[in-house]
Design a protein around this ligand. Sequence first.
Ligand code: SAH
Ligand code: SF4
Length: 383
Amino acid sequence: MQTLYDVGGGELAARIEAWGEPAYRARQVREWAYRRFARSYDEMTNVPAGLQARLAEGLPFPRLTTLREVKSDDGLTRKRLFRLEDGQLVEAVLMLYDPRGDARGRATVCVSSQAGCAMGCVFCATGQAGFERNLSTGEIIAQVTAVARAQLDAGAQPLTNVVFMGMGEPLANLPAVWPAVQTLNAPDAVGMAARHITISTVGLIQGIRRLADEPLQVGLAVSLHAPDEALRERLIPTAHRYPLPAIIDACRDYVAKTGRRVTFEYCLMDGVNDGLQQARGLAALLEGMLCHVNLIPVNPTPDGRIGRPPRSRTLAFQRELAARRVACTVRVEKGVEISAACGQLRVEAAPRALLDAAPRDETATQPRVGDLPAMRPSPLIQP
Ligand code: SAH
Ligand code: SF4
């Protein structure tokens, strides 16, 4: 069923007018929903009770239940596990950057765009658990408003940024993701600047090209993880559909069209993709492009097959890139102890929480990922 968060301002006004109410009620409703993060129509005290009831029936709020919330030791990373109406579990992470402790830093919420993911990345808990379904626009926005409301109630830092780096591949669900971005950006809704919204993709070329043509210019992050096709396909089993040269071409066109730099994410995995030769390969691939590389020391997988490189190796990789004039930073590790990497909390919680989930639609046609490709064992952990 369509929810309030699934409709834009125009459609909401049209519905309200069709019920014989003035269109300005839509503005009031959106202000309550997206500025004060109301959880129900009852809270909208300047909206007549009759209209509240009609809205509650025709366009209810999405039902999203917080099952667990875990905080990192320093309190700056907070992860929530949500249960959707049909029992699916998704995660959102709030990351606070507040070095001065005066609550005037950045507050970034990282949201999920799908329940599960069909891409099958071998280092990613979400990828390993497989694909369940796309999230709706409403379910995406609801993650943001739930976190925003909690911040508001606590008198804490309001949200400043949204990143689509949670579970799922956002460019594989653009028909739901894009309207969510529009609501986050709309001045009569959340009103977040487009440059404060970032979409991260494993490299869906058509999607990257679409973003380049959009007047609303959100940030683009592309997960590379390897400088060559063969290694990339071992880490991302579905990567053959999006060959590396074509991804880089699309990114170069994106920069030319938008004048914006692209962020490349590169998860560093011990003995797998963290060699100096690979750093040189990466620098050659990106030569001359307006871009920034984000090096992410991997959160180890539970099976122990993929580990985090020693700090010295990470820094050597970074130096090699910097020497070739590739802008790069090592991502500050946030929330490792609370399983903050993509999908990890859901994996821990799944056995219990899935018990009361609705039966799965086995006819879903999204491709499922095959068996794990063989990984080269890390030379550093060999006997
Ligand atoms: N599907 C999109 C966006 C969601 S994943 C994408 O892949 O870009 C967001 C980020 O989480 C990606 O850069 C991914 O590489 C990273 N990630 C996944 N598993 C991880 C792990 N075990 N440790 C560190 N980062 C991880
Ligand atoms: Fe999907 Fe991104 Fe995880 Fe890969 S890293 S499986 S694309 S969510």
